[in-house]
Design a protein around this ligand. Structure first.
Ligand code: ATP
Length: 258
């Protein structure tokens, strides 16, 4: 059996006394990709932020590769691709600068990149086909190019655990396929990947497991067992129409339901 990459036990998060995530428990094995699915406000980003230590749970505990998050971050185990809305795109940095940030954990306090860091940045940019834009200011990128830049930062970090908050939002079909192929390669190398997406149709093509969330975890398990029209309808408070309409969305007839 594979090692546990992310271990979440009984985690509750509240903002100003209002519960956003109630008593979540979850174990993700290394060498697997887990899709995180739920409607707007369901608590997906909150779960990512709790794993990253950006919000402090009121109860419970989270381990990443067996370590509490502050220790996991020191050893470069975990990389996070935030939602685009969380990034200050006016910050005066280039694409290559952002990707180099993925290497900071490997540098000393002066942050002078070495040849390995430069090589990792070069290779990561190549893998997401962004080498041509490496000197462009990040505010001057398209939505899909922004996503690829932060994806490249995560690749450059060479982290064992990847947390990706809606990496396909605003991304065209070809780029989404390229990113999914990269995720599948990382899975083969034993990485643990947790990814939120509103592209329901693509989930079953690359996720081994699925978590359905609606302020608490509604269902979690193998994609074929859990990702059923009935469970999805429940996760979306039956707002997607009847079950045949949910089924057609799963079959890609309505690519982005957000
Ligand atoms: N910093 C915050 N302060 C107060 N409430 C917050 C804060 N961040 C999130 N919330 C609330 O917590 C709940 C969960 O939000 P969260 O961002 O985790 O949802 P989400 O599933 O990621 O949604 P989306 O699909 O829209 O990105 C929402 O009701 C949201 O309004």
């Amino acid at each position: 059996m594979n090692a546990i990459g992310i271990d979440i036990e009984n985690v509750t998060v509240a903002y100003h006394g209002k519960v956003a995530l109630h008593s979540a428990s979850l174990q993700l094995q290394s060498g697997s990709i887990c899709g995180l699915v739920g409607m707007n406000g369901a608590g997906k980003s909150t779960l990512f932020k709790a794993i990253m230590g950006f919000v402090k749970p009121a109860t419970g505990r989270i381990l990443v590769n067996g370590l509490p998050i502050h220790k996991a971050q020191k050893t470069n185990i975990v990389a996070y691709v935030p939602q685009s809305e969380e990034v200050d795109w006016n910050f005066p940095v280039s694409v290559a600068d952002v990707v180099m940030m993925g290497r900071y954990g490997y540098m000393n306090i002066l942050r002078i990149p070495g040849s390995r860091d430069k090589q990792a940045v070069r290779e990561s940019l190549e893998r997401v086909q962004m080498s041509d834009l490496r000197d462009r200011q990040i505010g001057e990128l398209s939505g899909g190019q922004k996503k690829r830049t932060f994806f490249a930062r995560a690749l450059a970090q060479q982290a064992q655990v990847l947390l990706l908050d809606e990496p396909f939002a605003g991304v065209d079909v070809k780029t989404e396929k390229m990113l999914i192929d990269l995720l599948l390669q990382l899975r083969e190398r034993g990485h643990t990947i947790l990814i939120s997406t509103h592209d329901l149709a693509s989930i079953k093509t690359f996720c081994d497991r699925v978590v359905l969330i609606n302020r608490s975890i509604l269902a979690y398990g193998n994609t074929s067992d859990v990702f059923t029209p009935e469970n999805i309808a429940r996760a979306f408070d039956n707002s997607l129409g009847d079950l045949s309409s949910v089924t057609s969305q799963l079959n890609g007839k309505n690519r982005d339901i957000k």
